[in-house]
Design a protein around this ligand. Structure first.
Ligand SMILES: [Zn+2]
Length: 331
């Protein structure tokens, strides 16, 4: 009888203990939410809206400006990046948008959701799914990340980048190896005084170096298909060489069978991550050893994060990557 009573007593004590623990956990969760989640939807709303063309469906949507900005910044830069880098990306994204609007570069809307034409735009619901399922972030990490981006957008509200009083074409890319690229070096681009090559010493990150392996057959067929050659023999392919470099150290063009092919064309044809590469040959394959990611012009995102971690502000970062610019409030 005594033993049974003692057991009952301990069982009740244990139950009470569990209840107290779970309540204090809940209190803790609420406290975390209150601390972090302080930007309300109303506070975050902009008075302006934009129109977005969905490339896949052809539909045009009207979106609140800040919701558009949130989705773009979150699609273009990992929220784990330093806060000042996210602020720099917010100003760049806003500048990019207003430049498109001012120059009327999108026919039927202000901007589209295709990253290769405008800026990457993924809906917040889809981003949250990607963060949770693919990146394995916890709900709390996601909440803090979103809050960080919202704050970056509000803290830089209305700020855009100008050169000589005019809004700039704020090109950016994922990462550069040592130096960014001068706009003149790619796309036969005109001289843009604020898109010059600058130093970009970057912290190492996952996949900062990549390899692209192309078989001789694939190289031959692709170059013939695209009209570069009528015929190409294996000896010509084996003798593929880098012909010249741009001032930033990226490959300018390669030489094959006496003809020159632009490295930017080669990058597109074979999906190389950048034009900063060396070539080696193994058996009947060509291996491109690539450093960095993207066209290399304008702000490097990994470089922005690196500078931010060294204590630089978002204004320092923008003025480092875009030569001679000002940061001003849009009217
Ligand atoms: Zn577009």
């Amino acid at each position: 009888m005594k033993a049974r009573l003692a057991f009952l007593f301990f069982a009740i004590c244990f139950l009470l203990f569990l209840i107290v623990i779970s309540k204090s956990r809940k209190d803790e969760e609420v406290k975390i939410n209150e601390e972090v989640h302080h930007i309300s939807d109303i506070e975050f709303q902009s008075k302006d809206s934009i129109t977005l063309l969905r490339r896949k469906t052809g539909k045009i949507e009207e979106l609140n400006l800040n919701y558009y900005m949130l989705c773009v910044v979150a699609s273009e830069m990992p929220f784990k990046f330093d806060f000042e880098a996210l602020k720099a990306q917010a100003v760049v994204a806003r500048t990019y948008l207003y430049n498109k609007i001012e120059k009327n570069l999108e026919d039927v809307a202000d901007v589209c959701d295709d990253y290769s034409h405008c800026q990457a735009f993924i809906d917040l619901n889809d981003l949250e799914r990607i963060w949770k399922e693919e990146k394995k972030y916890s709900d709390e990490e996601i909440m803090i990340g979103e809050e960080k981006i919202k704050k970056a957008i509000l803290d830089t509200d209305g700020e855009i980048i100008t050169y000589d009083g005019k809004i700039i074409n704020a090109l950016f890319h994922s990462s550069s190896y040592m130096k960014t690229e001068d706009a003149r070096a790619i796309w036969n681009h005109e001289d843009v005084p604020y898109l010059r090559s600058v130093d970009s010493v970057e912290n190492p990150y996952d996949n900062s170096e990549s390899e692209c392996i192309i078989s001789f057959i694939k190289l031959k067929n692709t170059l013939i298909d695209k009209g570069y050659f009528n015929e190409l023999n294996m000896e010509d392919i084996q003798n593929i060489k880098i012909n010249s470099y741009t001032d930033s150290g990226r490959v300018n063009n390669i030489k094959i069978a006496g003809s020159l092919i632009d490295a930017t064309d080669l990058r597109q044809l074979f999906g190389l991550k950048s034009t900063c590469f060396t070539i080696s040959i193994e058996g009947d394959e060509i291996i491109f050893h690539v450093k960095g990611y993207g066209h290399g012009v304008g702000m490097s995102q990994v470089g922005a994060d690196t500078l931010a971690k060294q204590g630089k502000s978002y204004k320092d970062i923008i003025q480092h990557y875009y030569t001679g610019v000002d940061i001003t409030k849009i009217n």
